[in-house]
Design a protein around this ligand. Structure first.
Ligand code: SAH
Ligand code: SF4
Length: 329
């Protein structure tokens, strides 16, 4: 599949049914019927950056900011492990309070619960990533958000496009299983941009790829911008599967937020991962990257049961084990 094939398929509404079916078959062939459950713990909503799209941006004074303690994080991870969730994703804003020493201590403590650890805490130096790897972190998620350098510079005024890709390169060199991804429906993003995003997913040989719709947050500069479209996002998930074959692809919470059945639909067109929130209920609402996020009032136990039923309703299986990268096995 080349650049023109991809843009043609993105543009043509009649390609959707074929594309989604083909991606589901490819997922079945390369990943099987297992759906991997990753428990996400949003451990700090404090962020020094000002990404234009994100509700947690430093300049948004409407957010009630919080940080979890190491004890709260470990308790959430242990509770997840007791529900047979064997991967914990620790996500946060870029919060300098969590020095690499503090994060390393958290990783070591969380690993004792018998889970794989994925970090998603933004850009760090190579040395910092190395220390986190040495502490036992298995995976790292860092979306490049868009392959268009001008759009990136506009959306992330305090990050550099080049550094974001250096981070991904370092993570890979250090032996992390590496995830990246994009938002679909960003202002100024074209079908050509998305085609380049997709080809980069393939060329970077990523272990995990997260794709979700852009959802405008009213307290950000992009508040008045339209949201991403579910059908286009599903087509991007499907094309991601066709181009990467065995990458782990989540049915993102953002998909479930713009469409009641968004996650189910994603799992039927290439996705093979679901990420229920297992963090403490009292802070859920405050991790407001985008508005109207689903499941903010549901306990970890409720979410775990809910994803099990969702998986069953699709006639699939909840995976056992850590669910490491299929590229390494
Ligand atoms: N601070 C870290 C991790 C937290 S943000 C980082 O930025 O990498 C996690 C992801 O949320 C981002 O990568 C982005 O793709 C997504 N996100 C942020 N704002 C969003 C919005 N308004 N709509 C949809 N997704 C959003
Ligand atoms: Fe901070 Fe990440 Fe939101 Fe950017 S996307 S403002 S880095 S939490």
């Amino acid at each position: 599949m080349n650049f023109n094939d991809i843009t043609d398929m993105l543009r043509d509404p009649d390609s959707e049914a074929w594309l989604l079916k083909k991606a589901d078959e490819t997922r079945r062939e390369y990943c099987g019927e297992d759906i991997h459950v990753r428990g996400i713990i949003e451990f700090s909503n404090i962020c020094k950056k000002n990404c234009l799209y994100c509700g947690l941006r430093a300049k948004n004074s409407e957010v009630r900011r919080y940080r979890l303690t190491e004890e709260e994080i470990v308790a959430a991870a242990e509770a997840a492990a007791s529900m047979d969730i064997r991967t914990v994703v620790l996500q946060s804003g870029e919060d300098d309070y969590f020095t690499v020493d503090k994060l390393a201590s958290i990783v070591r403590a969380v690993k004792k619960a018998g889970v794989a650890v994925t970090l998603s805490a933004g850009e760090k130096t190579r040395e910092e990533y190395a220390a986190l790897k040495a502490a036992g972190a298995d995976r790292y998620l860092l979306r490049f958000e868009t392959s268009d350098p001008d759009l990136f510079a506009m959306l992330k005024p305090d990050s550099s496009f080049e550094n974001r890709f250096n981070c991904l390169k370092w993570l890979k060199e250090l032996g992390f299983q590496v995830g990246s991804g994009i938002m679909v429906g960003l202002p100024g993003q074209s079908y050509e941009t998305i085609a380049r995003d997709l080809l980069l997913f393939r060329d970077l040989d990523l272990d995990m790829i997260g794709v979700g719709p852009f959802i405008p947050h009213p307290d950000t500069p992009l508040g008045p911008t339209p949201r991403g479209n579910i059908d286009l996002t599903l087509k991007v998930v499907a094309l991601t599967r066709l181009l990467t074959l065995n990458a782990h692809i989540p049915a993102t919470t953002a998909m479930g937020t713009i469409d009641r059945l968004g996650r189910q639909k994603a799992l039927q067109c290439g996705a093979n991962v679901i990420m229920p929130n297992v963090g403490p209920l009292k802070y859920r609402k405050d991790y407001s990257i985008y508005p109207d996020k689903i499941c903010v009032n549901d306990s970890a136990e409720h979410c775990s049961g809910c994803v099990s039923r969702l998986i069953e309703s699709l006639g699939r299986k909840r995976a056992k084990g850590f669910g490491h990268s299929l590229k390494k096995s």
